[in-house]
Design a protein around this ligand. Sequence first.
Ligand code: GAP
Length: 439
Amino acid sequence: MASESNLMENIVSLAKRRGFVYPGSEIYGGLAGTFDYGPLGVALKQNVKNLWWKMFVTDREDMYGVDAAILMNPKAWEASGHVSGFSDPLVECTKCKRRFRADHLDESGICPNCGGSLGPSRQFNMMFRTNVGATEDESSATYLRPETAGGIFVNFKNVIDSFHPKLPFGIAQIGKAFRNEIAPRDFIFRLRELEQMEVEYFVKPEAWAAAFTEWQGTMHAFAAAVGLTKERVHELEVADGDRAHYSKRTIDFEFDYPFGRKELWGLAYRTDFDLSRHAEASGVELSYFDEETKERIVPHVIEPSLGVDRTVLAILASAYREDELGGEKRVYLALSPSVAPYRAAVFPLLKNKPELVEKAREVFSILKKAGVSVIFDDNGNIGKRYRRQDEIGTPACITIDFDTLGENPEHTDTVTLRDRDTGEQKRVPISELADSLRA
Ligand code: GAP
């Protein structure tokens, strides 16, 4: 297996070569902190988001989805504390003028780039500013949202008025967020344009601890569902003073990335901070009438917040394997079938035998109609096709051969099903394929 630093290089290179992730606007030399997902990356990412939506929203009865605007009234970010407090410490080298995040450096005061001396540290606000409309002054300034949570809080009253949910209930959103990170790094780990999957779960104040524990369990279940092994996911209780300004308790879910143990997701107890601040700043009451006690309360909030890109990177890092199969070296992604871009690939044994191609096309179409994500491949020999599918993490390869067509009557209308991880093959009736792939 590659060393840890090579491992990251190998993952980045595979991701580009095979169409998972490309550098952002690459033909112009790229743009730091941005990446573009290619066809296989989109499929993988979509599977992650669908699975999250299923586990965090549709499998439950107490969740409501929203898709809020990325551009919001800037007053929302003043109220939430982001205008004054969403910053990282920045230092600049007095000699080469390079800028660094102060908390990423040692305390020597020496520039890691040129050895010059570093200037004083100052707070740098990470929100991207922009202007709305044709005037470019303070009156038209706003921000690209730095977290999707903001779009949820401003819709709290709308959801209550439309659906009259009982506490506890939650509002979920998946979407882009933007942070002008001082030092974007480690591929898709620290981005300037990222995607989040967030829930704001509203509870009675006294019920926060139980809800916190419940979501903690759901996050571990989600980690397992996307194929992250328990051994590589760790919890870190974030200490007083290190938490975000709105949080009274935070657990970071950390993952053992090839470049070290780093934050994957966060779970925070945001108290009534956001609803109270937005109510005060907007003048709109953001409370809940409790029918049981006949009292109006401001609900407290538990927030599971999961970065899509960090999840994708953790999945790729977990899945990357180098081994030897049948005497040949190979690279493969041991992706969980729940997130793999394709569940199976369908091949005719030989490309130049129309009867095999026709039957393979028939099997391909049966599986597609059954909702299985499949790819058809007749390029090169079978060995090459296996390697190609292994490298993109396709869990199963299906080959239509002469036995399928009845050359061996015992095997008529059966195919070979090859397992990506072991290379083992078995014969399966075409009629049972879809169910066996869905299992
Ligand atoms: N609403 C709470 C919130 O945004 P956060 O800890 O700042 O909290 C939540 O971010 C998650 O978003 C992180 O755990 C991570 O998965 C992801 N994330 C944050 N900043 C990121 C960045 N610059 N690049 C990629 N993902 C990021």
